[in-house]
Write a protein that binds this ligand. Sequence first.
Ligand SMILES: NC(=O)c1ccc[n+]([C@@H]2O[C@H](COP(=O)([O-])OP(=O)(O)OC[C@H]3O[C@@H](n4cnc5c(N)ncnc54)[C@H](OP(=O)(O)O)[C@@H]3O)[C@@H](O)[C@H]2O)c1
Length: 322
Amino acid sequence: MARVIRIHDYGNPSVLQVETSDAGEPGPGQILLRQDAVGVNAVDTMMRRGEFGNPLPAVLGVEGAGVVEAVGPGVEGYSAGDRVGYFFSVGAYATERVISAESLIPLPADIETDQAAAFLAKGLTAWMGIRALHRLQPGEVILVQGASGGVGSILSRWARELGATVIGVTGSKEKLTQVQAGAHHALHAAHPEVLEAVRGVAADGVDVVYDLVGQATAELSGRAVRDGGEIVAIGAASGPPRDYGRLSSRRGIRLVRGSTPQYVNPSTDQHITAELFAAVRKGVFRDLKIAHYEFEEVRRAHEDLERRKLSGLPVLRTSSQS
Ligand SMILES: NC(=O)c1ccc[n+]([C@@H]2O[C@H](COP(=O)([O-])OP(=O)(O)OC[C@H]3O[C@@H](n4cnc5c(N)ncnc54)[C@H](OP(=O)(O)O)[C@@H]3O)[C@@H](O)[C@H]2O)c1
């Protein structure tokens, strides 16, 4: 029997229940996957709280990696024993699951299973920011709101590697050192002179703000971006922002939004994940740690994420992992 983490009600982390369940047999186009590592993402906590109104009961999670156990009729290109990952398929909090073969990404030999579960969803979201929503150019000055978080820490490092000047902003003062490790400049969002510090780097304002925080930092985002610049609004870790609209009409600021599956999907994901894995292989993210939790510790992982106390990219480890 597989173990799954299921909710029967929306609410705080106490609604997360570890249960047993039969994963079932793979049908046409499907694969039975043994999951060794399961990624934890902010969206999981939103689903748990009921923000998407997903039907109950529900197995949460959208990202995982492991080994193909069995292949359903009509599946080509995969066989038992292959290592694979995926980044957006609901039902990931499970030690085994049946999943559409279309959702899977083969893992190269030098990408660890837990690296895949840690980096796919967050790294591909960062890719969307720097390659699709705004095609980042060397020499551009960017400000990353939420540079201490999962997506922001990857995006900052990748943008720096591509030749942008990166100002990373953290919500927690104690994470300044870790933001500094991935950016040219590190600032604390609540510091009274944060805007002056941005202007010290880019006198007219930054070319692009990447916003992963939303409400709490929207005003700073608007004031930090230059006239005619861009706000790339990817996330809203502090709640939805209120006043981007006014800004864009008054000062010619372009507001861009997007959701990762719009840009990274089965028709595009092979070359995009290859780009992400190349950056991992090159060591662009070498200082980023994975925060491992045992599968049964899922409540603690959610609490740490929501309290902004994560010590790395969060991954649930199932006991099958070596
Ligand atoms: N558009 C998409 O398709 C897509 C895909 C993936 C994620 N997202 C969204 O992107 C956001 C970030 O995801 P993530 O995985 O990076 O989350 P995360 O690891 O939890 O990071 C959240 C970040 O937000 C900062 N933050 C939170 N509240 C803040 C506040 N009041 N003031 C200043 N900073 C604050 C945190 O700063 P400190 O930790 O320094 O306090 C941290 O840097 C989430 O809203 C997520 O849902 C969107």
